[in-house]
Design a protein around this ligand. Structure first.
Ligand code: FAD
Ligand code: SF4
Length: 452
């Protein structure tokens, strides 16, 4: 059995935004590290998109040499404290751990978090001075851009990350809530990149402030696009423009970046007494749990059943324990307003499941029967697509039907010479570690091409 992760009790945590999972103590980490079999042919490594030296770092934990463990992890992973917290490990490294065949895999992510946190508290500052070679531009400071920049900087390239927002991190900063990923940790891990010499140009919208072509004119030899998939999908149902209806992106950004929940800030958010969150993914869970902490009754409306819910099981369990209600097999078809143009209820169609669709999940089919759910706030969390701006302002940058940038999977190059891309901008909304893996893969090709 995995060593249990201590958490804040549910009745306490819904009253604050502090971290829910508290992290292993040293003893808990040592107990868990002892479970690792240190296999000769470690399969867990196959599940990590950034090639973390998993058994090696766990053996260093066993030896209580946490500095060595940190060095081993950061040979390939720029953001261990972040990955240890938000990687969907059950589908990545831990899925391949042989202990998982008959019991529970080693808690690799939790150990990675322990090492990252330990080093952050006790480790020596990294002091590296690298002679700069050519300049490389990175568009977007999310996990894809950060991971690409990290490897390029370590190889001695001068990297500038161009970011439209006034702070770095992408979804790590404006999407994932504080109680899952404290922003102080995001800042600290990003500071490690700054120590490596990575520069940030904030409030710079590539495609408007500067074009990709202009970046080359400024002397950048290659460009990596990691601009994410930040454009929210909407339900496209009548009255979706009522007051009290948000995209999950807007709602989470207003809490994460603008401190909307804090009365000391002049940027409040309207949050009703009865909130309905539409969707079943991680973003829906985050929005529901934030709304709960703001004091509302929260109902998640999802058109399939619990078995098809795409969110991580751990997040669903946390949400349930915090009192979030799940109303399943329901599809919103219309919103109803009061006399102030404010949403007052949602009409939903009752669904049933048919055969599996191309995603392998059973397809929801309408029954024509409807019901009305009272609500004074609706948060729509049904996916995102890449913002079309970059593609529309960059001549000959090829994109697919859903706006995702088309690349050559072998070398991560786009339709433009020396312009590479990866992360959500290419795959559509995915995960932190897949974005990091893409950034890493692109950095390797960029380094190779610049060496020629
Ligand atoms: P992003 O993180 O979106 O970063 C892109 C950056 O580019 C942004 O900072 C944006 O402002 C900037 N940008 C965009 N266009 C331009 C431009 N033209 N010029 C300059 N800058 C630009 N994944 C997990 O693995 N685990 C989780 O628990 C998890 N939870 C999530 C919770 C929420 C609420 C959300 C929204 C997503 C979550 N994800 C999670 C998904 C994960 O965060 C994303 O897959 C990941 O952040 C994608 O990384 P990226 O670097 O491709 O893009
Ligand atoms: Fe597992 Fe993620 Fe760490 Fe890789 S980065 S070892 S996938 S937790």
């Amino acid at each position: 059995m995995k060593t249990v992760m201590p958490t804040q009790p549910a009745n306490k945590r819904i009253t604050n935004f502090n971290e829910v999972a508290l992290g292993y103590t040293e003893n808990q980490a040592l107990t868990e590290a002892k479970r690792c079999l240190n296999c000769k042919n470690p399969l867990c490594k196959n599940g990590c998109p950034v090639d973390v030296l998993i058994p090696e770092f766990i053996m260093a934990v066993n030896d209580k040499d946490y500095t060595e463990a940190y060095k081993l992890i950061t040979t390939t992973n720029a953001l261990p404290q972040i990955c240890g917290r938000v990687c969907p490990q059950e589908n990545q490294c831990e899925k391949h751990c042989v202990l998982g065949i008959k019991g529970e895999s080693v808690a690799i992510g939790r150990l990675e978090r322990f090492v990252g946190d330990w080093y952050s508290e006790n480790g020596k500052q990294i002091d590296i001075s690298i002679p700069y070679k050519e300049k490389v531009a990175v568009v977007g400071s999310g996990p894809a851009g950060l991971s690409c920049a990290y490897d390029l900087a370590k190889a001695g390239y001068q990297v500038t990350i161009f970011e439209v927002l006034p702070l770095a991190g992408g979804v790590l900063s404006y999407g994932i809530p504080e109680f899952r990923l404290p922003k102080a940790i995001v800042k600290k891990e990003i500071a490690t990149l700054e120590k490596l010499g990575v520069e940030f140009s904030f409030n710079t919208l590539i495609g408007r402030t500067l074009s990709i072509a202009e970046l080359f004119k400024l002397g950048y030899r290659a460009v990596f696009i990691g601009s994410g998939a930040g454009l929210p999908n909407f339900l496209n149902i009548p009255k979706e423009n009522l007051t009290g209806v948000y995209s999950a992106n807007e709602f989470l950004t207003r809490v994460n970046l603008l401190n909307a929940q804090d009365d000391n800030y002049d940027t409040p958010i309207y949050i009703g007494n009865e909130v309905v969150v539409v969707g079943g993914g991680n973003v829906a869970m985050d929005a529901a749990r934030v709304a709960k902490r703001l004091g509302s009754k929260v109902t998640v409306v999802y058109r399939r059943t619990m078995a098809e819910l795409p969110a991580r099981l751990e997040e669903v369990e946390h949400a349930q324990k915090e009192g979030v209600i799940f109303e399943l097999l329901l599809n919103p078809i219309e919103l109803i307003q009061d006399d102030k143009h404010q949403v007052k209820s949602m009409i939903v169609e009752i669904m049933e499941l048919s055969d599996p669709d191309e995603s392998g999940r059973r397809r929801p089919v309408g029954t024509k029967a409807t019901k009305e759910i009272n609500c004074d706030c609706v948060i729509v969390a049904i996916g995102t697509t890449p913002n079309p701006l970059l593609a529309s302002t960059t001549e000959n940058l090829e994109v697919g039907s859903k706006g995702t940038i088309i690349i050559n999977e072998d070398n991560m190059m786009t339709s433009l010479e020396n312009v590479y891309a990866g992360g959500d901008a290419v795959s559509g909304a995915a995960t932190v570690i897949l974005a990091m893996g893409a950034g890493k893969k692109a950095s390797a090709t960029i380094i190779n091409s610049l060496k020629k």
